[in-house]
Design a binder for this molecule. Sequence first.
Ligand code: NDP
Length: 325
Amino acid sequence: MKTPVDIAVTGAAGQISYSLLFRLAAGDLLGPDQPIVLRLLEIPSAMEALKAIVMELNDCAFHLLHKIIITDNPKVAFDNVDYAFLVGARPRTHGMLRSDLLSQNAEIFIVQGQALNEVASRDVKVLVTGNPANTNAYLALNKAPDLAPECFAAMTMLDHTRAISQLAEKCGVPSRDVKNVMVWGNHSCMQYPDLHHARVKGQAALSLVDDQWFVNEYIPTIQHRGTEVIKARGQSSAASAANAIIRHMTTWIQGTEEGDWVSMAVPSDGSYGIEPGLIYSFPVTVSNGQYHIVKGLDLNAFSLERLKQNEVELIEERQAVRHLL
Ligand code: NDP
């Protein structure tokens, strides 16, 4: 039997975690012969709910689930972890200003960044899902100076898979026939799903669909898909978000397919004129457990304007929390 791998999940009693934890325990991340320890972080008021989830996890008798640790202390949750899923975040409540949402979440991610810095494995992969995900990841990374910036990413994988699926549906093909879709920028309604390099069965996507559809239907559909799910379900997407979390992390571990890329929000290295250090969604390839921003793509004026809008929004978010750093 292999040595168990430690995995931390924050917001472990939340909706997304309710799907995510069972998939992790079933081996969907690390495969059918890798035992895991789940280290689950929650706030004290959610501990009772978390205990119920632990009962359910135990009831499944998962072969790979070596141990479950529950805690409200980030240093316990992140102790020696190789993978950290930062899912928990304070939701926006009625009357709350965006700046309040940003600073309340900032406090959480600053503490978690410091704890990761102190106790996580030096090769940890930290995936931030809790919103505002890009800025939360920016804060955690900046509070973890002893970890490489490349240990951090924020999730735009659900936006990416939505972008694949909507194009596949339009073209009447299975999702696997769609390649090189990308989502730029912030995980917000500003995000830019870009089809200029996408291919459907090897053909340029924009030669198969109408330009008006791309601009007036496709882009807004991806940008507002989360709101549409809430309208239809009465709650935000959870199973699809958990699936995207698993897909992001397996891609980060196993690598991208030859000739394709995925979207990940990662520290900008100045590519495409985006301010270095911002956590910005780029097309990336992954090899040997490291992501690499895809360089040198031709971007037209339409795309460049949208990239800029996302950069401005992220700079504004950073400005709102800078005093906390
Ligand atoms: P969910 O599990 O539904 O969502 C968790 C976070 O993921 C939210 O910030 C949510 O943003 C975000 N998210 C990012 N992408 C997506 C997506 N595509 N679809 C849906 N959500 C997405 O939230 P719950 O409120 O059910 O659970 C949160 C848990 O976190 C609670 O158990 C709570 O106790 C815990 N918590 C922990 C804190 C801490 O660690 N200190 C602080 C506050 C809460 P959005 O809200 O925009 O949907």
